[in-house]
Design a protein around this ligand. Structure first.
Ligand SMILES: [Zn+2]
Length: 252
């Protein structure tokens, strides 16, 4: 049994077909789904999903791609909503310096992230982090806010970067990049990082060039990760589940 630690099940790509998508995934041995929001407009749908299914765990937050249009007052709204919903995590939040080239935009991302990390610290919730070419600044902000519980998702950096996040207490999410045989860094991370710090994800519906990614694909990702590490699928399942469970302390 596996957890898809990052799937955007509230995305419009799954409108109308989510029951089948979940059924297929459960048939493939995926028994838990962590579903982040991208922007405030997603929060009701993510919350509704997590309320409807005990195997769906939701996270609320504002993704760095939406830093630009985030409305004033959204941070207060996030804080209020999370206080009412103690089982929700915070995500997807983070930095994306690949997308934002200007220092002004990057500063906006850091400001939005910083405010959300402050809430994570105050309410003691795990965070789901997006990080693209921004590891140094992301780590600095995590340290500044004393954040030690969460997942750096879709990891694509160097082993050294991964180890710095692990030192900070975070888990590393590895996923659909493994389906691409030329994604060397991701494969190296999957093969060499400590098993006690790895979790698996699809990032559905994204990441596949010609089709809609779905959580059922986690089975293939797990098979590749197990092969790269030279361990059995059940050993991989057992440890990655334990890693997710370690984040599930009561969020009060
Ligand atoms: Zn995502």
């Amino acid at each position: 049994m596996f957890t898809d630690s990052h799937c955007h099940l509230a995305d419009a790509a799954f409108a109308g077909c989510l029951p089948q998508i979940l059924h297929q995934a459960r048939q493939a041995g995926i028994h838990r789904f962590i579903v982040p929001a991208a922007e405030a407009a997603d929060w009701p749908a993510v919350y509704a999903l997590s309320e409807a299914s005990p195997d769906i765990l939701g996270a609320l937050g504002i993704h760095p791609w939406f830093a630009e249009q985030a409305e004033s007052g959204c941070i207060e709204k996030l804080s209020r909503q999370l206080q009412r919903q103690p089982e929700m995590w915070i995500g997807e939040i983070g930095l994306d310096y690949h997308r934002s080239r200007s220092e002004e935009d990057r500063a906006k991302q850091r400001d939005l992230l910083s405010q959300q990390l402050a809430i994570a610290r105050q309410l003691n919730r795990p965070v789901i982090l997006h990080n693209l070419r921004s590891s140094n600044d992301l780590l600095a902000l995590l340290k500044q806010h004393g954040i030690r519980r969460g997942i750096v998702h879709a990891f694509s950096g160097s082993l050294e970067e991964a180890e710095a996040f692990i030192q900070q207490g975070l888990l590393i999410g590895i996923g659909s990049l493994l389906l691409n045989p030329t994604a060397k860094k991701a494969r190296r991370a999957a093969a060499e990082l400590p098993l006690s710090s790895l979790v698996l994800e699809t990032d559905s519906p994204f990441m596949l060039a010609n089709s809609t990614n779905t959580p059922a694909n986690l089975r293939d990702i797990a098979a590749i990760a197990a092969e790269l590490r030279g361990i059995s699928l059940s050993e991989l399942a057992q440890q990655t589940e334990k890693n997710i469970d370690s984040l599930l302390t009561v969020n009060r």
